[in-house]
Design a protein around this ligand. Sequence first.
Ligand code: DX5
Ligand code: ZN
Length: 213
Amino acid sequence: MLVAPSILSADFGKLNEEIKAICDGGCDYVHVDVMDGHFVPNMTLGPVVVNPVAKVATKPLDVHLMVENNTFFVELFAPLKPEFISFHIESETHPHRLIQKIKSYGIRPAIVLNPHTPPEAIEYLIEDLDMVLLMSVNPGFGGQKFISSVIEKTKKLKEMINRRNKACLIQVDGGVNDKNIYELKEAGVDMVVAGSYVFGNENYSKAIKSLQV
Ligand code: DX5
Ligand code: ZN
């Protein structure tokens, strides 16, 4: 299981140290939550903050956009050279076009599904995707309770991926911890995002390793 700690739960008063600690602690990616105050009822990070994060991080960035104007934010974050940029299917009218745009920057495209959105919504996009992110909480905040229907959804999505593009990864984000990690693994999840579980632990390295099952 690949692990991407979400820096939303980090202590922003010592962000450099926090980034260094998760990278030294053995994480696989650094998950960056970008919220615009419109698509979700919260606001977070712009390039002014994420640029120094990108400099300190020794692991690749995984940028999760929770915004209305996806194209604008893709253009804003592309110069930081993240490995992945993911955008929500619920906020994009022309997802196929946006996928091509992300690829044109040499960045791996991913699409995010809110808890209520069925995997069929992206069936004809799977060939063009490197990853699908299934939200296991309503996007906007860290520290929420895991919505367990994501397990069944993962299994459905896995079948679609096996038929259409076996290289496409499944990521789950929200309420992930050392208890539900095993059923996520069994359902076919490749990567988890974990915010409060990792940063709420005294030993980040130990927390990360407990998810790398
Ligand atoms: C929620 C964000 C998540 C969040 C996860 O909108 O996308 O990445 O930070 O935090 P936890 O692991 O605390 O649910
Ligand atoms: Zn996220």
